[in-house]
Design a protein around this ligand. Sequence first.
Ligand SMILES: CC(C)(COP(=O)(O)OP(=O)(O)OC[C@H]1O[C@@H](n2cnc3c(N)ncnc32)[C@H](O)[C@@H]1OP(=O)(O)O)[C@@H](O)C(=O)NCCC(=O)NCCS
Length: 353
Amino acid sequence: MLPGKSKIYEKNGDDILFGFGQLIGILKKNPKKIVFTEGEDARILEAASRLLASNFLHPILVGSEDKIFEAAEECGFNIRGAEIIDPAKYDKMDEMVAEFCELRKKKGVTPEQAKEILLQGNYFGTMLVKMGVADALLGGATYSTADTVRPALQLIKTKPENSIVSSCFILVRPGATGDNEVLAMADCAINIKPTEDELVEIAGEAAKCAKIFGVDPRIAFLSYSTHGSGAGEDVDKMRNAAMKTKQKYPDLPIEGELQFDAAVSPRVARTKCPESTVAGHVNTFIFPDISAGNIGYKIAQRMGNFDAYGPILLGLNAPVNDLSRGCNASEVYSMAIITAALADANAGAGASA
Ligand SMILES: CC(C)(COP(=O)(O)OP(=O)(O)OC[C@H]1O[C@@H](n2cnc3c(N)ncnc32)[C@H](O)[C@@H]1OP(=O)(O)O)[C@@H](O)C(=O)NCCC(=O)NCCS
């Protein structure tokens, strides 16, 4: 069995695996405003109706008021109390256009171009976060990952201490005794071919994210080689990244380069790297590139019975998260809670949008 057990999340019994008990408790004390860029989508409306009934998170739906009410009525979702903002009728559009032009002045964006761009829900919603109208954003029910992430990269930008935005998935599988196994995997969604130094940053951010979800991170830099058993450019990259990460975060348990079996199986670890106390017990996995990461988390999800939450974007000034276009309303609901919890953690760390 993989390590990384957490007692934080109790099983809920219905359609979401996480109980989210602790996260919801935090949000009840300090409800966050989340903007949904696809307010007219039935899955978003269903999740919004559940969130409104629970009263620990304030949804802002982007879209036409008529279309949103029509769609909600048709599907039988009660969205009374949701804030709806239509980009075509937004009373602070002039202020938003001016701020957008200022943010994109190096690209020479004109007010006419900005007005056009801001009619799109992804850019408009991102500006609502940037201007402090919302604490965080959840999109991607119809937009691609790139179209959800790009406005955030351009407008919300990376935190001063970060050089890149990256991402991680939190994977959860219920244990027989009621405990859940919780793992973190990065970067499975944003950086296509991260450099050695970018991997150091990705590992540091993934460890922080893992802690928010109750995981005490034990990190492996994954490869097709364990401690020099194989050779190649990517092996050197992962070994050097592990070494640099150990230097930067001396208190974190880190090992690399490691093969996946040596990372998770104590028996294999005893054979392949007996001197390591981390190998065999890893719960936070750093992949050499997006292909390995994306394929890896999907194997865990589809064949290992893990529920996958993410991609959770790391290193941005405010939380922006991406849904899969194949998502259902429960996944939207879960990701909204995660996104709000990250907004809370961000506020606690003194970050600003
Ligand atoms: C994230 C991604 C969309 C950015 O692509 P892009 O928009 O073509 O990137 P560009 O090079 O044009 O950059 C756009 C802006 O984002 C910034 N940017 C790009 N990647 C960044 C990163 N990782 N971190 C921070 N900023 C980044 C650029 O500096 C640029 O800023 P500017 O416009 O102010 O100069 C791209 O890396 C990507 O497609 N990744 C894979 C996404 C994917 O398909 N995932 C799998 C499914 S989950």
